[in-house]
Write a protein that binds this ligand. Structure first.
Ligand code: G3H
Length: 471
């Protein structure tokens, strides 16, 4: 039951000596679709050792050659978009078209990293000492960017390919090696993606992909002394090593009285319900001025009614959420809101992992859904009486990823953006990470560091200086 996949270590595909596998359940059929190797700690040790060794010579490989290989990998990845997208459909129920888009976007991102990398890493600085008070011109300082060493990447299930290459490409162009621990749901898509890097001809051990149970190898990897950079919510466990984390969000959408309500409604539906709300950047709470709330809710409901619900293979808008426990969690939030008096604009409906889209009106701050992230196709609307009330709600969240504001008054929009404690504010559009070279960062519990092409490259390097002391 379910094809069994090997893991990738030292440039080879291997079966784990544990003799065990981890099952990947198709969210739509709820049957085992694939199995991946349940690697053990000994195998992790081997991977990290080979990553360390491969990195040493990779760092000495000319930058233009590193870029050339990345361009090749990008092209191979795009050639293989179909089989990889099929895995995304089966493993994480991503609608078929969106799955292809994820792979193409990933190929483009790898190329962009290669292009920018040669510029960013091809430049250093030259400083002289006599600009600082009390100094003569007796010291010349040369700076350059050097790799960190071994980078560990642990992407989430919702973008197993894109959020993996967004770490792999900057790591490799900067001269690091990379160990990938993909999410269980999405592991086979990730293994296919890694195969594209294999086909492009990267040296053995430079990139590897270890699969298995988080409980067996997750902590072990993040605390591994051989790893020099990682990004997962375990900064305490990781200790002093540099981290980059992209975590959750409760992205607020503030609607002012002068907003274009058609524009706002279409963005709320797209932002709140694409990939069934399973995006960290999804609109997760609508804060609308009471005077335009009825009209906005009506428009959102009209657009929601057009969404198709069903299997990802049919390219439906709303597809089953990733696991049964995720569907149960969403149901828990919805029932809590119902009990406390929220108004359901649609009938709540669920079949297995498939949850029908639901807008909840008249949500109040005592309801869990006002604060928690459902990661599903259910969206709360809170009616506000002042902009300040909206900003207060947004800022009271422990998250601070993105937010958006709809108004025709650009001055107000800028002031609201300044007041919102989030890494990004979108004016007159739903939150989104892309285009992928834009800086992407979360404040508070939403993350550490800033991604984007130049930011990610910089985060995966450290500065090295050499000072020439003149006689
Ligand atoms: O889930 C988090 C992703 O980084 C969001 O990316 O805005 O392109 O869907 P996206």
């Amino acid at each position: 039951e379910g094809d069994v996949y090997k893991y990738y270590s030292e440039g080879e595909w291997k079966v784990s000596s544990s003799g065990k596998t981890v099952s990947i359940v198709n969210p739509t059929t709820r049957k085992t679709q694939f199995k991946v190797q349940a690697c053990n700690q000994e195998e992790v040790n081997k991977i990290v050792e080979s990553a360390k060794a491969a990195q040493k010579s990779w760092a000495k490989t000319p930058l233009w050659k590193r870029a050339e290989l990345l361009h090749k990998a990008a092209a191979v990845l795009k050639e293989h978009k179909k089989p990889i997208a099929e895995c995304l459909v089966k493993e994480i129920a991503k609608p078929a078209k969106d799955a292809v888009t994820e792979v193409v976007r990933s190929g483009d991102l790898v190329s962009y990293f290669a292009e920018e990398g040669v510029r960013i890493l091809g430049e250093g600085k030259f400083l002289v000492s006599d600009s600082f008070p009390g100094n003569e011109r007796t010291k010349y300082c040369l700076t350059s960017k050097i790799p960190l060493g071994v980078v560990l990447a642990i992407p989430p299930f919702n973008y197993p390919v894109n959020l993996a290459v967004s770490k792999i490409a900057p790591a490799l162009i900067a001269g690091n090696s990379l160990v990938l621990k993909p999410p269980t749901q999405g592991a086979v898509a990730a293994l296919h993606m890694v195969h594209c890097f294999h086909l492009a001809g990267f040296p053995k051990g430079l990139i590897s992909c270890v699969t298995g149970k988080g409980s067996e190898i997750g902590d072990f990897l993040t605390m591994h002394p051989g790893v020099n950079y990682t990004g997962v919510a375990i900064s305490k466990k990781a200790g002093m090593i540099p981290l980059q984390m992209e975590l959750g969000g409760k992205d607020a959408c503030i609607i002012l009285e002068d907003a274009d309500l058609d524009l706002a409604a279409s963005n709320i539906v797209k932002g709140g319900f694409s990939y069934s709300g399973q995006r960290c950047t999804a609109v997760k709470v609508v804060l609308v001025m009471e005077s335009v709330a009825d009209e906005l809710v009506k428009k959102v409901n009209e657009t929601l009614a057009k969404l198709t619900v069903g299997p990802p293979e049919d390219d439906c808008d709303i597809t089953p959420v990733v696991t049964e426990s995720s569907a149960n969690f969403i149901e828990g939030l919805v029932m809590d809101a119902k009990q406390k008096g929220a108004k359901f604009c649609q009938e709540y409906k669920r079949q297995g992992n498939l949850v029908w889209p639901l807008l909840l009106d008249n949500v109040r701050p005592d309801m869990r859904i006002a604060w928690e992230e459902p990661f599903g196709p259910v969206l709360p609307v809170i009616r506000i009486n002042s902009v300040e009330e909206g900003i207060r709600h947004c800022n009271a969240s422990n998250f601070g990823l993105q937010g958006c504001v709809f108004t025709r008054d650009i001055n107000k929009a800028i002031l609201i953006s300044d007041a919102m404690e989030t890494g990004t504010v979108q004016i007159n559009s739903a939150p989104a990470r892309g285009p992928d070279h834009f800086p992407f960062q979360g404040l508070k519990d939403s993350g550490i560091g800033s991604q984007g092409v130049s930011n990610s490259i910089n985060m995966m390097t450290k500065i090295k200086t050499t000072v020439i002391n003149l006689p």
